[in-house]
Design a binder for this molecule. Structure first.
Ligand SMILES: NC(=O)c1ccc[n+]([C@@H]2O[C@H](COP(=O)([O-])OP(=O)(O)OC[C@H]3O[C@@H](n4cnc5c(N)ncnc54)[C@H](OP(=O)(O)O)[C@@H]3O)[C@@H](O)[C@H]2O)c1
Length: 258
């Protein structure tokens, strides 16, 4: 396999679109998610259109140490990853103490632990093989605390912070890290998070638009990509002028469904 990209959460949404973009550039793919039938049909389609090699891995990445297991499997199969897309993730709506704690712990396991494990194993391999690029799908949620999605916002704050620090450590070794920070995107994420009635997703961007922005930012070796222009302005300029408690009240109000 050549120019290999590993994409987690490639069965739908942003991850699926990242796979299509990489395939168009003649790069090979390792596609990972739980729903094998979706990965298989995407892989068949892309193989036929672009004559590339694709490996499908059906895996629940919210299981403890699944990221490490996946990296070990790839090393055993002698697959060298040049592009790592840590994209799989999910959110969950509701007051923290009313939520099922096992859901939030799974979220941390997938959004944070799996990303850290995969990055640790694969970034090291990239430095030994002469370089690579990493795109971590974070969120604009990573820049603000999120009442009614407290755990989700915190997982994305981790990704934003972690990505920037790693880019500083790894850039001199030929590996760059970009954090893709979308605003609302029209994907299955909305239903999975229990937010289908939320007004927040009115006017949401498409997965294809968001993936293109992220992929290009990665190629340009950008540190952060806030893919939705109004959010870029809000996060980089406006937010700093508003008191913290006011921001918390606004976010809570925006997110509340009933
Ligand atoms: N949509 C938004 O508004 C939005 C905004 C900002 C950031 N994001 C972030 O963007 C990323 C992609 O989400 P999306 O919007 O494209 O939503 P999506 O369509 O729901 O995609 C999520 C992907 O993650 C996979 N996944 C979920 N749980 C998994 C598990 N336990 N093991 C392996 N794979 C798992 C899903 O595949 P299977 O179900 O087949 O496993 C799917 O491919 C996430 O990190 C999300 O937090 C989304």
């Amino acid at each position: 396999m050549k120019n290999v990209a590993l994409i987690t959460g490639a069965s739908t949404g942003i991850g699926r679109e990242l796979a299509i973009i990489h395939a168009k550039s003649q790069g090979d793919l390792v596609l990972v998610a739980r729903r094998k039938h979706l990965l298989d049909s995407l892989a068949d389609d892309l193989r036929e259109k672009y004559k590339i090699s694709i490996l499908v891995k059906e895996m629940d990445l919210a299981k403890i140490e699944s990221g490490t297991r996946l990296a070990e499997e790839l090393i055993k199969e002698n697959i060298h990853i040049q592009y790592l897309f840590n994209n799989a993730g999910f959110g969950g709506y509701g007051e923290f103490i009313e939520r099922n704690i096992s859901q939030d712990l799974s979220m941390i396991q997938l959004n944070v632990c799996c990303l850290v494990e995969l990055t640790h194993a694969i970034a090291k391999q990239m430095t030994q093989n002469g370089g690579g690029m990493i795109l971590n799908t974070a969120s604009t949620a990573g820049f603000i605390p999120g009442p009614l999605q407290a755990t989700y916002f915190a997982t994305k704050a981790f990704v934003v912070s972690f990505s920037q620090a790693l880019d500083q450590e790894l850039r001199k070794k030929g590996v760059t890290v970009t954090a893709l920070c979308p605003g609302p995107v029209q994907t299955e994420f909305i239903d999975v998070a229990g937010m289908s009635k939320s007004k927040l997703f009115e006017g949401a961007k498409t997965a294809s638009y968001t993936a293109k922005k992220g992929y290009n930012a990665m190629l340009k070796k950008k540190l952060i990509c806030i893919s939705d222009p109004p959010f870029y302005f809000l996060i980089n300029y406006l937010m700093w002028l508003v008191p913290r408690r006011t921001i918390l009240r606004i976010i809570e109000k925006l997110q509340r469904i009933n």
